[in-house]
Write a protein that binds this ligand. Sequence first.
Ligand code: ADP
Length: 414
Amino acid sequence: MMPHKKYDKVLVINSGSSSLKFMIFSMINETMLAKGMVERIGDEANLVYSRNGEKKTEQLVTAENHGKALVVVCKMLIDKERGVLKSLKDVQAIGHRVVHGGESFKSSVLVTEDVKTSIKACNDLAPLHNPANLDGIIACETVFPGVPNVAVFDTAFHQSMPKHAYMYAIPQEYYTEYGVRKYGFHGTSHKFVAQAAANYFKKPLEELNLITCHMGNGASITAIEKGKVLDTSMGLTPLPGLIMGTRSGDIDPALIFFLARKGFSIDEIDDALNTKSGLKAVNGLDGNGDMRDTVHAAEMGKAAAINAINMFAHRAALYIGGYYTLLGGADAIIFTGGIGENSAPARKAITSRLEAIGCTLDEKKNASCFGVQQLIATEDSKTPVLVIPTNEELMISRETYKLLTDTAIPAKKK
Ligand code: ADP
């Protein structure tokens, strides 16, 4: 496909409650030109910035809101010394990460007034994320009038999941009234690594069955059957499934009533399960849920850290084994995210529990694999195991570029 010059420069925005992260790509050869973020928006804001291949710099800036933060970013992008653009007119399209698209969005969309209303309608499902994502879109509409904005949803890929996987066996009015069902998250990452695996095997994604393990501070595993999601470990919220940095993952849901009856408030329980649980709660490291530190402590012989890694690996293997069965076998198991890409001990702890489904780790390859695409199973392993670094921003810029080059944009009404 000939690159489409009209949409060559794509700005990717990930707008959080107090931060605005950005990356800018040239899509002709998919090169990242610059990246950074404004953090602590509203307070003493800080701009972190680097051009591709250069060291990052930091400087204090004034940014009371997302709009002002974007203006700060723009100034840097066109800075004579350190910028990457001649003028802001060079920005031809903007891709936005939006966490929750509910059932309204099964793929990426061009932002319109209706789309913004639908994103707002999902605020209930992602109260910390969606309003901030929308702030980022509105800031871009003001700073870049006439430039198309595309929303790319964390939940969209998982909308291909079958009903028997996404419904909860609870009174159905919770679904019809409030949209209570499994949505799944990290969809952009799962889709990115699945496509990269298809490239690796030189086969269309529609001919492969894959199990993708996105393991960062948040972690989820997805079963992908011929390009469609068969199941995923997160749910209505990102709390269930795997043991994460600070989230519990699966628990007995009755634990919540048990604790409520002991006098804990709903907010206290919410906070405990989302921010005080996971590795942080069990590794004996004084409230630090970092996997690298957990592995280090385990290597020093700390019993709690050893147990934490065993708990993490046991839960992950439970999902992978279940998904392998549901898929009727897998063409590959893929590790990605900070832990999946970099932690050889965590990968080893998981795959050592997967012998029954044909995973034989190549210990040497595994031990030397950090942040690069690599087969880490032996050549004759029945089930290949791959590390594939994720790149959610590149995926967002690809989705943006693809949507705009596949669609004729209607002219703006004057
Ligand atoms: P987030 O979900 O916040 O984007 P990341 O994908 O950056 O998180 O993953 C963070 C996790 O990855 C942490 O637990 C961290 O310890 C782990 N990690 C990052 N680098 C390494 C490494 N070299 N070895 C082991 N674990 C690592």
